[in-house]
Design a protein around this ligand. Structure first.
Ligand code: A2P
Length: 273
């Protein structure tokens, strides 16, 4: 079954969640969220910038599950961090989701102004509006700087990681600081070629699983929190059917060997949005 990971503040998070980056607001997102919750997911990862928080809330309500049974993450958008309006942005997200609290609130990117945003998030955490706070796209130097200026420790750092772009140095650094890592674009991202890699297909075939299932398993066995995205009900279910097999050490290493060191997403040290 889906394992729970205990974050550094004692809050538990389901290790496997549904990501909704690039899932269209409206029916597409509401359906994906409802399908996921019906399939057993209990963790949804969205962001203000995805434009679909209202539909995430809609999917949650359609599922009939209780709010407290589902772990919801959203993220502070860059413009709001730069403008110093993190608190307003937080309440706007909460209103769109239609919830009384958020489980995990993240700084989406390390933009100018993130330090002040972090202070605000620490206040929201102290006020118990959010059960955990963290960051996304933080490089080791950003984390060093955060840990030196604040007593509030991030619970997670959400970064790009997949067999193509393992990002292992950032993972190791983050873990060494007692912070959990969440992998985004875990299947190689939208329009990626990872899932048609022949080496991966050969491994998957031996387990009677799909390449996506094998990649999700690889993340889970590395101890990461992982949030694959799909808008297709069948794939959403398939991506959750990963708790009945285990990759061998040799197969883990064969997947490690697919690393090219090339990102699919933006570089946290050089982005322009
Ligand atoms: P779709 O949403 O059309 O299913 P990531 O999580 O790395 O961002 O990757 C998501 C991409 O992989 C999306 O384009 C998604 O497409 C596709 N995808 C998700 N699950 C599967 C699966 N089980 N098999 C094939 N493709 C998948």
């Amino acid at each position: 079954d889906n394992a729970n990971i205990t974050l550094n503040n004692g809050v538990t998070i389901p290790q496997l969640g549904l990501g909704v980056f690039q899932t269209k607001s409206g029916k597409e997102t509401a359906d994906a969220v409802r399908e996921a919750l019906q399939a057993g997911y209990r963790h949804i990862d969205t962001a203000a910038a995805y434009g679909n928080e209202e539909s995430v809330g809609e999917g949650l309500r359609q599922s009939g599950l209780k709010r407290r049974d589902v772990f919801i993450t959203t993220k502070l958008w860059n413009d709001d961090a730069r403008a110093g309006i993190a608190k307003e942005a937080f309440y706007r997200s909460m209103e769109k989701l239609g919830t009384e609290y958020i489980d995990l609130y993240l700084i989406h990117w390390p933009v100018d102004g993130w330090e002040k945003a972090w202070e605000t998030m620490a206040e929201l955490y102290a006020e118990r509006r959010v059960r955990a706070i963290g960051v996304s796209n933080f490089q080791p130097h950003h984390l060093e700087s955060l840990l030196s200026i604040s007593d509030a420790k991030p619970a997670v750092n959400q970064i790009e990681s997949s067999p193509q772009f393992a990002n292992q140095d950032v993972i190791d650094f983050t873990h060494a600081k007692g912070i959990n890592v969440e992998a985004y674009s875990p299947l190689g991202g939208t329009g990626g070629t990872l899932l048609s890699n022949p080496a991966l297909a050969a491994i998957a075939q031996r387990y009677g699983k799909s390449p996506a299932q094998v990649v999700i398993r690889w993340h889970l066995q590395r101890g990461l929190i992982v949030i694959p995205k799909s808008t297709h009900a069948e794939r959403i279910r398939q991506n959750f059917d990963v708790f009945d097999f285990k990759l061998s050490g040799d197969d883990m290493e064969a997947i490690d060997a697919l690393n090219t060191g090339v990102r699919t997403g933006a570089d946290p040290d050089n982005f322009n949005f």
